[in-house]
Design a protein around this ligand. Structure first.
Ligand SMILES: [Cu+2]
Length: 111
Protein backbone atom coordinates (compact mmCIF):
# COMPACT_ATOMS: atom_id res chain seq x y z
CA UNK A 1 0.00 0.00 0.00
CA UNK A 2 1.40 3.31 -1.02
CA UNK A 3 1.44 6.25 1.32
CA UNK A 4 0.80 9.45 -0.51
CA UNK A 5 1.87 12.13 1.89
CA UNK A 6 4.11 14.65 0.28
CA UNK A 7 7.72 14.31 1.23
CA UNK A 8 7.11 12.25 4.32
CA UNK A 9 8.43 8.77 3.95
CA UNK A 10 7.09 5.90 5.99
CA UNK A 11 10.53 4.96 7.16
CA UNK A 12 10.42 6.62 10.55
CA UNK A 13 10.49 4.98 13.95
CA UNK A 14 7.21 3.34 13.25
CA UNK A 15 6.46 1.27 10.24
CA UNK A 16 3.08 2.52 9.17
CA UNK A 17 1.87 -0.65 7.59
CA UNK A 18 2.41 -2.55 10.80
CA UNK A 19 1.51 -0.17 13.55
CA UNK A 20 -2.03 0.24 12.44
CA UNK A 21 -2.85 -3.33 13.13
CA UNK A 22 -2.65 -2.42 16.79
CA UNK A 23 -5.72 -0.27 16.51
CA UNK A 24 -9.18 -1.43 15.85
CA UNK A 25 -10.87 1.11 13.73
CA UNK A 26 -14.54 1.25 14.43
CA UNK A 27 -17.15 3.02 12.43
CA UNK A 28 -18.39 4.80 15.52
CA UNK A 29 -15.64 7.24 14.86
CA UNK A 30 -17.97 9.91 13.58
CA UNK A 31 -18.06 11.96 16.76
CA UNK A 32 -21.78 11.52 17.17
CA UNK A 33 -21.07 9.65 20.38
CA UNK A 34 -19.86 12.89 21.86
CA UNK A 35 -23.09 14.76 21.50
CA UNK A 36 -21.84 17.83 23.24
CA UNK A 37 -22.13 20.20 20.38
CA UNK A 38 -22.81 23.38 22.24
CA UNK A 39 -21.15 26.03 20.17
CA UNK A 40 -20.51 28.10 23.26
CA UNK A 41 -17.77 27.51 25.77
CA UNK A 42 -15.65 25.27 23.61
CA UNK A 43 -11.92 25.23 24.00
CA UNK A 44 -9.55 24.67 21.12
CA UNK A 45 -6.15 23.27 21.97
CA UNK A 46 -3.35 22.39 19.57
CA UNK A 47 -0.95 19.62 20.48
CA UNK A 48 2.27 18.45 18.93
CA UNK A 49 2.35 14.73 18.32
CA UNK A 50 5.43 12.88 17.20
CA UNK A 51 5.38 9.90 14.89
CA UNK A 52 2.39 10.43 12.62
CA UNK A 53 3.28 9.79 9.01
CA UNK A 54 0.06 9.27 7.12
CA UNK A 55 -3.69 9.44 7.13
CA UNK A 56 -3.98 6.26 9.11
CA UNK A 57 -1.85 7.76 11.83
CA UNK A 58 -4.11 10.80 11.82
CA UNK A 59 -7.10 8.53 12.14
CA UNK A 60 -5.61 6.56 15.00
CA UNK A 61 -4.77 9.67 17.00
CA UNK A 62 -8.11 11.32 16.22
CA UNK A 63 -9.96 8.22 17.26
CA UNK A 64 -8.25 7.91 20.63
CA UNK A 65 -8.41 11.58 21.54
CA UNK A 66 -12.00 11.70 20.32
CA UNK A 67 -12.92 9.25 23.04
CA UNK A 68 -11.86 11.60 25.80
CA UNK A 69 -14.66 13.19 27.77
CA UNK A 70 -15.85 16.50 26.40
CA UNK A 71 -13.99 16.28 23.11
CA UNK A 72 -16.19 17.33 20.22
CA UNK A 73 -13.68 17.53 17.39
CA UNK A 74 -10.18 16.34 16.62
CA UNK A 75 -8.12 17.25 13.59
CA UNK A 76 -4.77 15.55 13.28
CA UNK A 77 -2.34 16.53 10.53
CA UNK A 78 0.54 14.14 10.00
CA UNK A 79 2.45 16.57 7.79
CA UNK A 80 2.80 19.08 10.61
CA UNK A 81 2.41 16.85 13.66
CA UNK A 82 -0.29 19.18 14.91
CA UNK A 83 -3.45 17.88 16.47
CA UNK A 84 -6.22 20.39 16.99
CA UNK A 85 -8.72 19.37 19.62
CA UNK A 86 -12.00 21.11 20.36
CA UNK A 87 -13.46 20.28 23.74
CA UNK A 88 -16.07 21.55 26.14
CA UNK A 89 -13.45 22.33 28.75
CA UNK A 90 -9.69 22.52 28.96
CA UNK A 91 -8.21 19.08 28.54
CA UNK A 92 -6.01 17.28 31.00
CA UNK A 93 -2.75 17.05 29.12
CA UNK A 94 -1.96 13.73 30.77
CA UNK A 95 -5.23 12.31 29.51
CA UNK A 96 -4.37 13.45 26.02
CA UNK A 97 -0.91 12.00 26.42
CA UNK A 98 -2.38 8.66 27.43
CA UNK A 99 -4.73 8.70 24.43
CA UNK A 100 -1.92 9.53 22.02
CA UNK A 101 0.21 6.83 23.60
CA UNK A 102 -2.65 4.38 23.23
CA UNK A 103 -2.76 5.19 19.54
CA UNK A 104 0.94 4.38 19.31
CA UNK A 105 2.38 7.88 19.13
CA UNK A 106 4.03 10.37 21.43
CA UNK A 107 2.59 13.61 22.71
CA UNK A 108 5.27 16.28 22.63
CA UNK A 109 3.12 18.86 24.36
CA UNK A 110 0.91 21.79 23.61
CA UNK A 111 1.87 23.51 20.39
CU1 LIG B 1 0.60 5.87 9.34
Amino acid sequence: MKHVRGSLEPTGPHACADVHHVHTFTEENDMTANAQTSQTDSVTTVFDVKGMTCGHCEGAVSSEIGELAGVSSVQAVAATGKVTVVSAAALDEEAVRAAVDEAGYELVGKA
